[in-house]
Design a protein around this ligand. Structure first.
Ligand code: NDP
Length: 346
């Protein structure tokens, strides 16, 4: 199909900032050869067809200019499903593609993507064909990590793992990741991969001041295996910012515009916690999101924090946070307002 004259791929040009490796510290993922920026950008929300391409492009390019070279996707990010990958492909086409090998692009399959039994779960058919579709949407010939997005109790783990191994051997993904796997299954996946000569690069769990579940079993397991983690929703989708602190839902916030968060999250207990965290942040000379991102990065088992962003300033907050080392007394002061170690309040 011919490209329309006003297609953004023809109307934009891009030259990356020469300072892009000066802002975000990089940290090695476990015992691997891959250092990742301590802050990564995920395109789960804000990158579907519900927002303007120009603002989406601006956010991705701003991230790259600041050194946030790791971009996290999944097959079904949107809405509609697939559209975040298409958006990212259009950003690549609009000038970023010349930097493809400076980027670390990851995608996943595991949740529902297309109708019928082959578009969900952990089968070889689903993972292999889904990655093929993702590469077409992104208009790139490889991803850096392909993740199994969740464990599938209906599919033997051997089948999922062998599909991931074959995908790596095909060159369409360079590394393997798993997401949302509990510790014991993560260990089994690691062993099955190792048995076929492939190292598990990353685990992707949810982790924040409000969800400390991974501290109980997953993080100890990852430390033992020397596998890194790319933690998601470090700001609890925006709850760990000041925007809901008065108990109101601003019209331009995720709680007003997404199925995944709404005003029911703003309970009295939440308001008490966030106001306490705000006091600790002010005392430390940080904003709440800066404190929240710096907090997840306090332990090197966390290789990188995958944030979401609806505007470029949110990237700058996270970049600033990646440079902060929290003092022990600040970490201690947060305990009263955070979830208990190993527990979640969201
Ligand atoms: P966050 O917890 O970082 O929440 C991001 C949202 O918080 C933004 O969209 C914005 O919302 C708000 N925000 C961010 N920074 C600031 C700031 N400085 N000041 C004020 N508000 C701010 O992460 P997400 O929940 O978006 O998840 C991040 C990524 O993690 C996803 O894109 C995805 O890649 C990955 N993920 C993986 C999952 C998995 O199963 N593996 C599941 C979920 C996410 P607003 O619209 O209100 O401005």
């Amino acid at each position: 199909m011919p490209i329309a004259a006003d297609d953004p791929r023809l109307t934009h040009a891009y030259e990356a900032a020469s300072t892009r490796y000066t802002d975000v510290p990089f940290q090695r993922a476990g015992a691997s050869g891959i250092p990742l920026p301590k802050v990564s950008l995920g395109l789960w929300q804000n990158f579907g067809r519900d927002r303007s391409f120009d603002s989406q492009r601006e956010i991705v390019l701003h991230a790259f200019d600041r050194g946030v070279v790791h971009i996290g996707l999944a097959n079904n990010y949107g809405p509609p499903y697939g559209s975040a990958e298409s958006t990212f492909g259009a950003v690549l086409d609009s000038g970023l593609a010349r930097y493809r090998d400076e980027l670390f692009v990851t995608t996943k399959a595991g949740y529902d993507m297309w109708p019928g039994p082959f578009g969900d779960g952990g089968s070889r058919k689903y993972l292999t064909r889904s990655l093929e579709q993702s590469l077409q949407r992104m208009n790139t010939d490889y991803v850096d990590v392909f993740y199994s997005h969740r464990p599938d109790p209906e599919t033997p783990l051997e089948e999922t793992v062998t599909a991931l191994v074959d995908i790596v051997r095909s060159g369409k993904a360079l590394y393997v990741g798993i997401s949302n796997y509990p510790a014991e299954l993560a260990r089994q996946a690691y062993e099955l991969l190792a048995g076929q000569g492939v190292k598990l690069l990353l685990h992707q769990p949810r982790y924040s001041l409000f969800d400390r579940t991974p501290e109980a079993e997953l993080f100890p397991a990852l430390r033992g295996l020397k596998v890194g983690s790319a933690v998601f929703s470090p700001l609890a989708q925006g709850l760990l910012t000041g925007k809901y602190i008065d108990g109101d839902v601003p019209a331009d916030s995720r709680a007003a515009n997404s199925h995944f968060l709404n005003g029911t999250a703003l309970t009295d207990s939440y308001l008490e916690r966030i106001r306490g965290i705000d006091r600790v942040a002010k005392e430390a000379g940080l904003s709440i999101p800066q404190l929240a991102v710096a907090w997840v990065l306090r332990d090197p088992v966390v290789t990188t924090a995958i944030i979401g962003a609806s505007r470029t300033g949110q990237i700058d907050d996270a970049v600033a946070a990646s440079q902060v080392e929290l003092a022990d007394d600040v970490i201690a002061a947060l305990e009263e307002f955070a979830a208990a170690p190993g527990a979640s309040v969201v």
